[in-house]
Design a protein around this ligand. Structure first.
Ligand code: AP5
Ligand code: ZN
Length: 217
């Protein structure tokens, strides 16, 4: 199956994608994670993406589509994927449709996580992740059970993202409203859209999503 998680920065796409990954044996593909890895590795794409990401703007469609296409072709994706943060523009959505059509696949569900702007800023400003296994946390909403120790891997090295500051978050929100939110109508027209109220607790949202995924696949 191919599932898409749509939603503004901080909506919980990464958090929920990781839970669905465990529950359904799918692979999470986050273009944000792939781009951050490219920046860290200093690849040509990474060099071009770095300043754009720090400004909270969208990386060019060419770069993102190429990165996604390569990752999607890897063997572990054969059982199904959850796209987290891709597509983000109509050009990307159309490229994805053609890419999937080449292998006789289609989108099973595009799920929009609906939250209000104030909640997003709060979620993003408290966010941190395990530097070892990538598990996501929040100062208030999802703190590790033992302070300073990762629940999943017992790692003690945590990191915060360079683009999680108030100024960049505002730019990311603007980019979402201007360039990504039109995809809600795009997938509605395809008959693939589902919407989830993502203002509640992490586990409640996970069970709503689980039900949608079961029905769609
Ligand atoms: P990306 O990495 O995709 O970031 P984003 O879209 O801004 O999304 P976030 O990762 O900030 O939020 P999330 O929805 O995953 O929330 P999370 O689960 O972490 O993109 C970064 C940049 O890369 C972009 O700005 C752009 O430059 C570039 N880029 C990436 N993809 C691109 C593309 N396709 N095209 C062009 N450019 C691209 O949750 C947030 C926090 O809240 C966490 O701390 C979590 O613990 C907490 N939380 C989660 N759910 C809840 C809840 N229900 N209640 C309370 N707290 C919660
Ligand atoms: Zn960990």
């Amino acid at each position: 199956p191919v599932l898409i998680l749509l939603g503004p920065p901080g909506a919980g796409k990464g958090t929920q994608a990781r839970m669905l990954e465990e529950q359904f044996g799918l692979v999470q593909l986050s273009t944000g994670d792939l781009l951050r890895a490219a920046v860290a590795a200093g690849t040509e794409a990474g060099k071009q993406a770095k300043a754009v990401m720090e400004a909270g703007e969208l990386v060019s469609d060419d770069i993102v589509i190429a990165i996604l296409r390569d990752r999607l072709a890897e063997p572990d994706c054969a059982n199904g994927v959850i796209l987290d943060g891709f597509p983000r523009t109509t050009v990307q959505a159309e490229a994805l449709d053609s890419l999937l059509a080449e292998s006789g696949q289609k989108i099973d569900a595009a799920i929009s996580l609906d939250v209000d702007d104030a909640a997003m800023v709060e979620r993003i400003s408290g966010r941190f992740t395990c530097g070892n296994c990538g598990e996501g946390y929040h100062d208030t909403f999802k703190a590790p059970t033992t302070k300073g120790v990762c629940d999943k891997c017992q790692g003690t090295d945590f990191k915060r993202r360079a683009d999680d500051n108030a100024e960049t978050v505002a730019a990311r929100l603007d980019a979402y409203h201007a360039q990504t939110s039109p995809l809600i109508a795009f997938y509605l027209a395809q008959g693939a859209l589902a919407r989830v109220d993502a203002m509640g607790a992490i586990n409640d949202i996970a069970s709503d999503l689980g039900a949608i995924v079961k029905k769609a696949t």
